[in-house]
Design a protein around this ligand. Structure first.
Ligand code: PLP
Length: 377
């Protein structure tokens, strides 16, 4: 198992705290906004009913599966059977780890992005899989180049992981790119896993496309949804997987041996969040857009050339002043200034030379963070 970047950063943050530095922690993508009030109201009511306090077996999850199916239909005109094609998750990260266990055997190969969300590396190790890296390069807009995957490698791969809007690079993918991924996976019979927690973290007119809405998508792909980012409910641990029936059913069997689903009241809260007007979801995303504008503008005015992302809750940029060691930079920065960023290397070898800002503080704090960074430099 690779060492977690967050534990390394945590030690640096602890040192800053002991020096009584005021922390500006932009290292973790945990939203600072509250969950929707409608969701909290439903949850409060549910906790008062003792009949919600017991185990929640599969049939209890039907209302949430139904709500997810209706939302997918409204949003992307996708028709899924909530019984066969959708399963609720205790967060998309849980679903991802168990999905790998469900659809692979130890020793199988998995195509995974580098840089990528750290859990991809960890869950691959837990499942005893061999990871075949798909480099996400700046010159390719941080999209994998499928033509660079040798056909022998593709023939031996059991699953492919992609995720757009992307963490950490903040890159987005077009539906044409998703179609390319689907066609590639169909031709080699590879399960396509599209990790999609940032579906609603979109700016301006940008809409994130779903693999399930593309021709062939439902045949070969599973898409992972989460309430953590769309509805600022990361602590409540709730999401769902939708897509290929066999993969979803295999995941259900693995989960059946491991968990009894999320608390019913939290599922009800998720339904309330899903059913809130889309304008409310996008209003929260617009706050992140304002933060993005302020941060990128302040960085660029200070001479740090940073691209303007269209989605996600991150800004991903090269280290300043030709620096090359992202751990060295972020650890020393945290210890000396209290500003905490995520080192690019923590997301994989190809992330070295970059740093990630999570837009989880108000604009004033972002401006203050940039000021401290330049004083430090
Ligand atoms: C790409 C990606 N996938 C999954 C997760 C975890 O989501 P959840 O809270 O639904 O487990 C995150 C959280 O930051 C993420 O960035």
């Amino acid at each position: 198992m690779p060492a977690s970047m967050f534990s390394i950063m945590d030690a640096a943050i602890d040192e800053a705290r002991r020096k009584r530095l005021e922390l500006i922690d932009l290292s973790i993508g945990s939203s600072d906004l509250p969950a929707p009030e409608a969701a909290m109201k439903v949850l409060r009511q549910a906790t008062r009913l003792s009949e919600t306090h017991g185990y929640c077996l599969h049939s209890c999850t039907q209302p949430l599966r139904n709500a997810a199916a209706v939302q997918l239909n409204k949003r992307y005109s996708i028709n899924l059977d909530p019984e066969k094609n959708i399963i609720t998750l205790i967060g998309s990260q849980e679903g991802f780890g168990h999905l790998l266990l469900a659809v692979t055997d130890p020793g199988d190969q998995v195509l995974a992005p580098d840089p990528g969300y750290p859990s991809y590396f960890g869950a691959t190790s837990v499942a005893g899989l061999k990871q075949v890296v798909m480099p996400l390069l700046e010159k390719n807009m941080f999209l994998p180049d499928f033509t660079a995957i040798p056909s022998e490698t593709a023939k031996n791969a059991r699953a492919m992981i992609i995720s757009y809007p992307n963490n950490p690079t903040a890159a987005v993918a077009s539906s044409a790119f998703l179609q390319e991924a689907i066609d590639f996976c169909l031709s080699y019979d590879i399960l396509l896993i599209h990790d999609f927690p940032y579906v609603d973290m979109v700016y301006g007119d940008y809409e994130a496309p779903s693999v399930l809405a593309q021709p062939g998508g439902i045949d070969i792909a599973v898409e992972l949804y989460s309430c953590s980012k769309s509805y600022h409910m990361g602590g409540f641990r709730i999401g769902w997987a939708a897509g290929n029936r066999d993969a979803v059913q295999a995941l259900a069997r693995v989960k059946g041996a491991i968990d009894f689903n999320q608390y019913f009241g939290i599922q009800q809260a998720a339904i309330a969040a899903i059913n809130q007007p889309r304008a409310a979801t996008l209003k929260a995303a617009a706050l992140f857009e304002t933060r993005r504008n302020v941060l990128v503008d302040t960085l660029n005015k200070s001479g740090w050339q940073t691209p303007l992302p269209q989605a996600s809750m991150y800004v991903w940029t090269r280290l300043p002043l030709g620096l090359t060691d992202s751990f060295d930079f972020t650890v020393n920065l945290a210890k000396k200034t209290g500003v905490c960023l995520a080192p690019g290397r923590g997301f994989g070898k190809r992330g070295e030379g970059f740093v990630r800002f999570a837009l989880v503080r108000e604009p004033d704090a972002l401006v203050e963070a940039v000021k401290r960074i330049f004083d430090f430099l």
